[in-house]
Design a protein around this ligand. Structure first.
Ligand code: PAF
Length: 312
C-alpha cells in the first residue's frame, strides 16, 4: 500500500492509474476506521481496479474544541486499510487540502456564514482565501435546514467543501458513502450533480454489529447497560421500518409513542428527533416504503447518537 501525503503526489498517482486504464474507487474518511468503513472499502475493492482511502480530519465541519479533541489513530487506520486491500492511503496535511493562505482560525471563521448568502434551492460557492482561490461550498436551505443540519448548517458546508476538494485531487471513478449518514449522502449526491463531476456516488448499506447497532466510533463510549438501551431503540425503529404501505404519519406517531415509553423506563435515554424522510430530497415521506427512511436522534447519558433505517 502506498502512503501519499501531498495533493500533488495524489493527483499524479491518479492520473497515472487512469492513463493505464484503471478505475479508481475512493473512500473518504476522517480516520478511526471501524467495520462500517471496512464495508465501504470492501465494496470499492470488488468494484474498482484501484482503491484510494483518505484520512483527513476536516476542521471546517467541527467547532474548534471538537476538532482539537477529535481522536486520531493514523497507525491503526493504515493497518486496517492495508488489510482491506487499499492501494493508496492519502493522509494529507492541513495545507495540502487548504493551500489558500488561510490560517486554521480563519477557516473556522467561515462557519459564521459571512462570506456569502445561502440559497433556498441552489448550491453556491463563495470565493475566499488568497486571490479568492478557495471554493467554500454553500449547501442550499432545502437540504441543510432539516434534521441535524437545522442546528448547524455550516457543518454540511464544511463536508461539501472538503469532499469537493478531495474529488478534485483524487479524481475517482466511483466514491463510496454509507447510508447511515443519510443527510450527508443526500447532500453529497446533490452536490455531485451540481458540479457535474461524472463521478459515480455509490451508497453502501449500513453495516450493523451482531446486536443490530450500526457501527460508529461513538458506540465504544457506551457501557454495556447503555448499549443495551441503544439496542432497544434500534429494535423499535426496525419494527416500524417494516410497515410498508402504511401512512408515514401514523407510523411516526406509533414510533414516537414506543420510544417515549422506553424513555420512561430508561431514565438515561432522551429522544431528540424522530423523522420519516425521502432519502433523496430529505422531504417528509408520506408512505412507508422503498422511498422512505426512519431517522431517530437520541441521547444516552449525554452522548448523542443517531440511527437510520431505510424502510422496506
Ligand atoms: O463521513 C465522514 O467521515 C466525513 O464527513 C467525510 C465525508 C470524510 C468528509 O470529511
Amino acid at each position: 500500500m502506498r502512503i501519499i501525503e501531498t495533493a500533488n503526489q495524489m493527483q499524479s498517482w491518479g492520473v497515472d492509474r487512469i492513463s493505464e486504464g484503471d478505475s479508481i474507487g475512493f473512500v473518504p474518511t476522517q480516520g478511526c476506521l471501524h467495520e462500517g468503513h471496512a464495508s465501504l472499502l470492501h465494496r470499492a475493492r470488488t468494484e474498482c481496479d484501484r482503491v484510494v482511502l483518505s484520512v483527513f480530519v476536516n476542521p471546517l465541519q467541527f467547532r474548534k474544541p471538537a476538532y482539537e479533541d477529535y481522536p486520531r489513530r493514523v497507525d491503526s487506520d493504515l493497518k486496517i486499510a492495508d488489510e482491506c486491500g487499499v492501494d493508496a492511503a492519502f493522509v494529507p496535511s492541513f495545507t495540502s487540502i487548504y493551500p489558500y493562505g488561510l490560517e486554521l482560525d480563519e477557516l473556522f471563521s467561515l462557519q459564521s456564514g459571512d462570506s456569502g448568502p445561502r440559497h433556498e434551492g441552489e448550491f453556491t460557492s463563495d470565493a475566499v482565501g488568497t486571490d479568492n482561490s478557495m471554493n467554500y461550498v454553500r449547501v442550499p436551505d432545502r437540504l441543510v435546514m432539516r434534521m441535524d443540519g437545522k442546528g448547524y448548517p455550516w457543518h454540511f458546508d464544511g463536508v461539501a467543501t472538503v469532499v469537493r476538494r478531495l474529488f478534485e485531487i483524487v479524481n475517482p471513478t466511483k466514491a463510496y458513502f454509507g447510508q447511515k449518514d443519510i443527510q450527508q449522502l443526500a447532500i453529497l449526491d446533490s452536490m455531485n450533480q451540481w458540479l457535474n463531476t461524472g463521478i459515480d456516488i455509490v451508497q453502501v448499506p449500513i453495516y450493523r454489529d451482531a446486536d443490530g447497532l450500526s457501527s460508529s466510533s461513538r458506540l465504544t463510549l457506551l457501557d454495556p447497560d447503555q448499549r443495551a438501551i441503544a439496542i432497544k431503540v434500534t429494535q423499535i425503529i426496525n419494527q416500524h421500518s417494516k410497515q410498508s404501505g402504511q401512512r408515514a404519519k401514523a407510523v411516526l406517531e406509533s414510533l414516537k409513542n414506543a420510544l417515549h415509553e422506553l424513555s420512561v423506563l430508561e431514565d438515561q435515554l432522551e429522544v431528540d428527533a424522530v423523522e420519516c424522510i425521502d432519502p433523496k430530497s430529505l422531504d417528509p415521506a408520506t408512505v412507508i416504503g422503498q422511498n422512505s427512511a426512519l431517522y431517530v436522534a437520541f441521547v444516552i447519558n449525554g452522548l448523542r447518537l443517531a440511527e437510520t433505517r431505510w424502510c422496506k
